[in-house]
Design a protein around this ligand. Sequence first.
Ligand SMILES: [Zn+2]
Ligand SMILES: [Zn+2]
Length: 168
Amino acid sequence: MFDLRSVTIGAGEQHHEALPVAIAPFTIGLEPYAAEPANVVADFAFTRLRNGWVFDAAFAVSIHGSCHRCLGPAVTDIALETSEFHAFRPDPGAEAEMTCEFLHDEALDTDALASAAVVLAMPVRVLCRESCAGLCSGCGADLNIGQCSCPPPEPDPRWAGLAELDTG
Ligand SMILES: [Zn+2]
Ligand SMILES: [Zn+2]
């Protein structure tokens, strides 16, 4: 938690501060992912506008988890920047973009802000490497290690049926 009352700047001014943040573990599908190390330092910028705050944060993390194709260990390095706006006096029923969900009274939940930004920055499919060959759909062997002894895939049964009609 960061106490905004410690930032005493006027409208149009910006305050920079490096703050430690703890990145919470999360899942994609059912697979667990976690930052290693979980604690990193983020460069925060607090900008006071006439009508609200802008919170910017920039940091880098290494996310450890499993590869979508081969289920082996995968490390995803992410450098990200995130920005949040919070209006001083949001209109009743104002849109969600006008308020920062991580600000509670005058305390900014910097851990939650950083953790949410990491989840959004993750690739849809985490891979151990771009060329990962994945697992054999027949026997489950890791095809990165070598070819398994499964026969080549059967032709599509729909075409096999047509072939029979042809010869019959
Ligand atoms: Zn892989
Ligand atoms: Zn196989």
